[in-house]
Each structure stands twice: as C-alpha cells, then as structure tokens.
Design a protein around this ligand. Structure first.
Ligand code: FAD
Ligand code: EPU
Length: 338
C-alpha cells in the first residue's frame, strides 16, 4: 500500500474535475483499510471513501485522505429452489458484476446494466434504472465502522432505502466503509420491461424470445443513445433527482404547461421529469466555459474539459433557481457534493 501526497483526482472522478487530494491511497484488504483509518485518526484527517467516482462533484481540493476501495471478489454463497445469494467485493465494477451474473443466467440486475461505478456505492445510492432499484435484489451488506473499528451487517430494512437514498447517504455519511454486498438473484427470471423504451428497443432489435441478455442489451442501447460517455465528456449521470409534488400541484402545473411529464407514485404524489423542467427553462445544450448542460439530456451536467467543480456547482444553483422561479418546484442535487 502506497500513500501518495498532493495528487490530482482528475482520473478518479467521471466529471473529470482536477481537484487535488492531500493524501491518496487505494486499499485492497481489510488490514489496509484499518491501517488507513488509524493513520487518518492519528493525524485528524478528513476521510473520503471513493469507488468509481461517478457520482461525486469535487468543489475544491480535498484536504484529507482519499481512500479508494479496491476490495474484489465475487462468491456464490448459497442457493435455494428460487434464489442465488451472491456476495461481491465493494471494489468490483458494477457493470462487470452485472455481466458476470448475466453470463451465468442469474437474473435480477439486467435492467441495471451499464451504470458506472462500483458495487460498494450501489446500496449507498440505491442505484436505479429502467424500473429496478438495488433494494429489489439486495440481501445484506458488510460495512466497517470507522470510529468503532468493527464490521457490522446491514439487512435490507437497516439500509433505509428510498429513491436514490439510504442511511449511508444521510445519518451514516462518512462513518462506514461498505466492504461487500450480497444480492439475492433469481433462478427463474421475472422480466421487467415496464419502462416504455425497453419494449420499443426490443422490438427494434427484432427480439422474439425475451431473455435477461436481450433486456441488458436493450438497456445498453438506450443508455448509450442518450447519456454521455464519461470517457468522452465528463459527467456524473443525472445531476438532480426527479422531484415529487402533490397530485393537486401537478394538476395546477398541467393547466399552464400541458406538456409537463409526471408519473404517479404509489403514495399518490407525482414524480416530475426534472429533465423536462430544466429543458423548458432553456438550459439544454447551454455551455459557459467548460461547464454545461448536456445537449441530449438536460438532467446531466457536463465538463467539456477544464471546468472547475465550483463552475459546475454554480451552474447547478442557477438551474435550481430558474426551475423554482418558473414552476415553483424545488430540485435537489442527486450527486454527492464534496
Ligand atoms: P462514487 O462516486 O465513488 O461515490 C459515491 C458516494 O458513495 C460518495 O459519497 C462516496 O464517498 C460513497 N461511497 C463510495 N463507495 C463507498 C463505500 N464502499 N463505502 C461507503 N461509501 C462509499 N445512477 C443510478 O442510480 N442510475 C443510473 O442510471 C445512473 N446512470 C449514470 C450514468 C452515467 C453516465 C454516470 C456517470 C453516472 C450514472 N449514475 C447512475 C450515477 C452513478 O453511476 C452511481 O451513483 C454509482 O453507484 C456510483 O458509484 P461509484 O463507485 O462511482 O461511487
Ligand atoms: N426529458 C426531457 N428533456 C430532457 C431529458 C428528459 O423532456 O432533456 C424527458 C424525457 O423525454 C422523458 C422523461 O423526461 O419523457 C424522463 O427521461 P429519461 O427516461 O431519460 O429518464 P430521467 O428521468 O431523466 C432517470 C434516472 C436515470 C435513469 C433513467 C432510466 C433520476 C434522477 N435519473 O432519468 O438515472 O437511468 O431514469 O431509468 O432518477 C442517474 O441516476 O444518474 C441516472 C442516469
């Protein structure tokens, strides 16, 4: 294990922000993590646990220790008539894990194909796409408590999952390092093609017999057609959450903007498409310096090269304010602001 000093984090975040870290180290074992935790405690350093860096915005240099999780390994723990319980190290690539499962016919994560980042952040964010969220396949996780220096196990209920939410994002922020996640996968697939675009894409692909591989391919094709590839343009996926409003407010908004897009939530509120709201405010394709709002997906803020985190943050504030002014709807950032 090598601790580096004053290094640029540009290659460690998909936004491509060139902020500096005072100290940086990877860890590939629990012993190494414990060593790093002890070192940062002794020197009273702030800590940042990093996976693939695909959901963070670095607003300035990080005056502390960045610990990049490289705990790997995928193990089939047990199986019963219907399910497979598969444990993956937090440092495994998420899409790599999805492909591993699809290759073995293990169903449940195919709709979550091509989401960047690592296994460890999947429950932290309760990642979701195309009708599926991690909470639907989550069995349990192991996490290291940085202050108490012990490993705890969290059940699905313990994680307090919500839309892009968990206890790790809120009350336990920066207190735990997720070490591994166990998923409950299905032997017999339950195909989920409810999300409109999937059906259309499968049809375009000429798929006659549904399979988890076909769904994964359809999802990959849809995502590639509208989301920017971080290897080409810096971004962190959706920058804001889709906001929910009471049904009455949605009806009132519809009077003024008949094209407004909303989906009914089970609790009777309506989830609005933030991308549509932002586009209506004229931001889609906007660029100032190297900070911008993507031309195909207004919910995605982008770094064309040398934008600073503060530039992107400032743009996000302007977008929040304009959506509030025009629609009276408050947007919330989905990306973790560091
Ligand atoms: P990081 O960015 O490294 O970390 C995110 C947060 O989790 C940070 O606060 C970090 O401190 C914390 N963290 C990371 N690992 C650990 C750990 N082991 N223990 C404790 N805390 C940890 N997300 C979706 O939900 N759905 C999508 O469809 C989607 N599409 C995307 C498309 C693109 C092009 C991009 C760039 C991003 C997209 N995202 C999407 C967002 C992102 O991929 C997910 O949030 C992903 O789970 C982040 O993983 P990561 O390893 O990169 O996390
Ligand atoms: N839309 C616009 N203008 C835009 C963008 C979108 O009008 O600029 C409209 C679309 O036409 C569509 C609706 O908004 O009618 C929803 O758009 P889309 O299907 O692209 O999904 P999204 O709501 O923008 C969410 C997630 C994505 C996830 C997709 C698919 C959030 C914050 N984002 O995006 O997750 O991949 O659905 O399930 O919930 C992420 O979290 O980073 C992410 C990319």
């Amino acid at each position: 294990m090598q601790i580096q000093q004053n290094i640029s984090l540009r290659q460690y975040n998909t936004m491509g922000i060139g902020a500096m870290a005072r100290l940086f180290s990877t860890f590939g074992t629990l012993d190494e993590l414990q060593e790093l935790a002890a070192l940062s405690d002794a020197d009273h350093l702030a800590k940042l646990v990093l996976g693939g860096g695909s959901n963070i915005l670095l607003t300035g240099d990080f005056d502390g220790l960045v610990m990049k999780n490289e705990l790997t390994g995928i193990d089939l723990l047990r199986e019963d008539d219907h399910h497979l319980y598969v444990k993956a190290g937090a440092g495994e690539s998420w899409h790599g894990f999805v492909q591993y499962c699809i290759g073995r016919g293990w169903a449940g994560v195919e709709n979550l194909s091509l989401i960047p980042g690592n296994v460890g952040a999947s429950p932290m964010q309760n990642i979701g796409a195309y009708g599926v969220e991690i909470k639907d396949v989550f069995e349990e996780l192991e996490a290291y408590h940085l202050e108490e220096r012990k490993i705890l196990t969290f059940s699905n209920n313990d994680c307090g999952f919500g839309y892009r939410e968990s206890v790790f994002k809120r009350q336990y922020r920066n207190r735990f390092v997720i070490l591994s996640v166990t998923y409950r996968l299905n032997k017999i697939p339950r195909f989920n093609t409810s999300y409109g675009a999937i059906e259309q894409e499968l049809e375009k692909m000429g798929v006659k017999e549904l399979s988890i591989k076909a769904i994964s391919e359809a999802v990959i094709r849809i995502r590639s057609s509208k989301l920017p590839d971080p290897a080409k343009i810096g971004n962190a996926g959706s920058f804001f959450k889709n906001p929910s409003v009471p049904a009455a407010q949605f009806e009132a908004l519809k009077q003024n903007w008949p094209g407004i897009i909303g989906y009914a939530n089970p609790d009777g509120t309506v989830k609005l498409a933030a991308g549509w709201l932002i586009e209506q405010c004229g931001w889609k394709g906007f660029r100032r310096g190297d900070a911008g709002c993507h031309e195909k997906q207004a919910l995605v803020l982008v770094n064309y090269g040398n934008a600073k985190g503060a530039d992107i943050y400032e743009l996000s504030t302007e977008i929040l304010d304009s959506v509030q002014d025009r629609f009276g709807v408050e947007l919330e950032r989905e990306v973790n602001i560091i």
